[in-house]
Design a protein around this ligand. Sequence first.
Ligand code: C5P
Length: 232
Amino acid sequence: MGKDVIVACDFDSKEKALAFLDKFTERKPFVKIGMELFYAEGPDIVREIKKRGHKIFLDLKLHDIPNTVKKAMSVLKELDVDMTNLHAAGTNRMMAAAIEGLTRADGTRPMLIAVTQLTSTDQESMEKDLLIKEPIDRVVMHYAQNAKVSGLDGVVCSPLEAGKVHELCGIGFITVTPGVRFADGDIGDQKRVTTPARAKEIGSDYIVVGRPITAADDPIAAYNRCIEEFIG
Ligand code: C5P
């Protein structure tokens, strides 16, 4: 499993996203396209960034009835992204349907990973709003196991959970971890953060890094620092 740094391309327009990516003249980063950019620009932005030689994680977090998710995934597979995702809360049947929809005629498909509980959800909101009374760590691990039995490739989780996910679901089950900050950096609105070096020690497979790179004075230097710390 290739370890990599995924740059969260959180911009609200094609112009801003491409101007940012233009700075990368040597190594072309693995790019995450989220809802903001995708809803602003549509599927063409995915084609455009792909054409420039980047790998793409399309972070749209699908969650609907199995048939709808299967059909949506079937559309996404034509975009030739490298990784995409859904909410494990949509149930095992929805996840299995997603795999079916995403698989191309030749048997290949993009990596498919699951969101377990969002990191913005805490024990209190899970109990009060969702009426889930189990400890949140247990819920996260249960959803990860559901993703594994449904045939998915991994989960999005906190770097702090990556070791436990690997213990339970196997070392080949990938962990994609946001919440990464440099030791001397600003943590912004993230709560539980780790450095790229620490994420490597814990065993994350992919780190997702946004503002420490996109808002840096020198994004290339910040990206290279992530690569050095995380891949070495
Ligand atoms: O700028 P920053 O490094 O905080 O960006 C992290 C990226 O990862 C953002 O695109 C954010 O939406 C995403 N993300 C996250 N936490 C999650 C899931 C996704 O920060 N649990």
